[in-house]
Ligand binder design. Structure first.
Ligand code: 0O2
Length: 196
C-alpha cells in the first residue's frame, strides 16, 4: 500500500508490526498451553489490516471524515485478529491469557456468545489498546461459529436472493442454534473426558 495515499498515513507499517507482534504472542500462548497441559486451545489464527476501501466505507457509514484520526482513533478495528478455537471454554481461556500480556489494555468487549445477535451470530469480540498507541479488534469464536459467520457474510453480498430472503434468514438462524447446541455437547464431552 502507498503510504502517501493510505488512510492510515505513516502509521501503516506500525499497524502491520503490531498485528505481527500480537499474532506471535498468541502463538506463544498456544505453545505454552500445549507444553503445560498437552492441549492446543486454538485451531487457527488470522490477522488482517482493514483494507483501505473497507475502512473508508466504515468511516462513511459512521458519518466520520475519511482520515487517519477516524481510521485509528474513532474506528477500532484497523487491526483485526480472529482466533478460532475448538471448544467454547477455550474462547474464554484465550481471552484471559491475552489480557495478561504486557502492554495490552482492554477498551471494550462484546460477548455475542452469551448475548446472541438476533440473526444467530455468535462470537466474542474485544477491542484492546496496544502500548497505549493503537487499537485492535480480537474476535474469538469456535469452528462452528466461524463456519456460520462465513456463510452469513457470503450471503450478505448475494443480491439475487430477495425472493427467498425470509426463509434463508430463518434457516440460517436455525443452523446457528443447532451448531451452538453441538458446541455445547462437544464441550460437555471434552469435560467428561478430562474428568476420567
Ligand atoms: P469486516 O469487514 O468483517 O471487518 P460498534 O461500533 O463496535 O458497536 P461494530 O464495529 O459493527 O460496531 O462492532 P461489532 O458488532 O463488534 O462487529 C464487528 C465485526 O464483527 C464486523 O466487522 C464483522 O466482522 C463481525 N460481525 C458482527 N456482526 C456480524 C454478523 O451478524 N454476521 C457476520 N458474519 N459477522 C458479524 P465489520 O466492520 O462489519 O466488517
Amino acid at each position: 500500500m502507498e503510504i502517501s495515499n493510505s488512510i492510515y498515513g505513516d502509521m501503516y507499517p506500525y499497524l502491520i508490526e503490531t498485528m505481527d507482534r500480537l499474532t506471535c504472542h498468541i502463538e506463544a500462548i498456544r505453545e505454552d498451553m500445549k507444553r503445560s497441559n498437552g492441549m492446543d486451545p486454538v485451531e487457527h489464527v488470522l490477522g488482517r489490516i482493514k483494507s483501505e476501501e473497507s475502512m473508508r466505507e466504515k468511516c462513511r457509514r459512521n458519518d466520520l471524515p475519511e482520515d487517519k484520526d477516524s481510521a485509528l482513533d474513532k474506528i477500532h478495528d484497523a487491526i483485526g485478529i480472529r482466533i478460532v478455537c475448538a471448544f467454547i471454554d477455550d474462547v474464554y481461556v484465550m481471552r484471559d491469557k491475552i489480557l495478561e500480556l504486557e502492554g495490552i489494555e482492554l477498551f471494550k468487549e462484546k460477548d455475542y456468545i452469551k448475548h446472541v445477535k438476533p440473526n444467530g451470530y455468535r462470537s466474542f469480540h474485544m477491542i484492546i489498546r496496544v502500548d497505549g498507541k493503537v487499537y485492535a479488534e480480537i474476535q474469538l469464536r469456535t469452528i462452528s461459529m466461524d463456519t456460520w459467520a462465513a456463510l452469513e457474510h457470503h450471503m450478505k453480498y448475494k443480491k439475487n436472493i430477495q425472493g427467498n430472503n425470509e426463509l434463508i434468514v430463518r434457516e440460517l438462524k436455525r443452523c446457528a442454534d443447532e451448531l451452538a447446541s453441538t458446541d455445547e455437547s462437544m464441550q460437555t464431552l471434552k469435560d467428561m473426558i478430562n474428568d476420567l
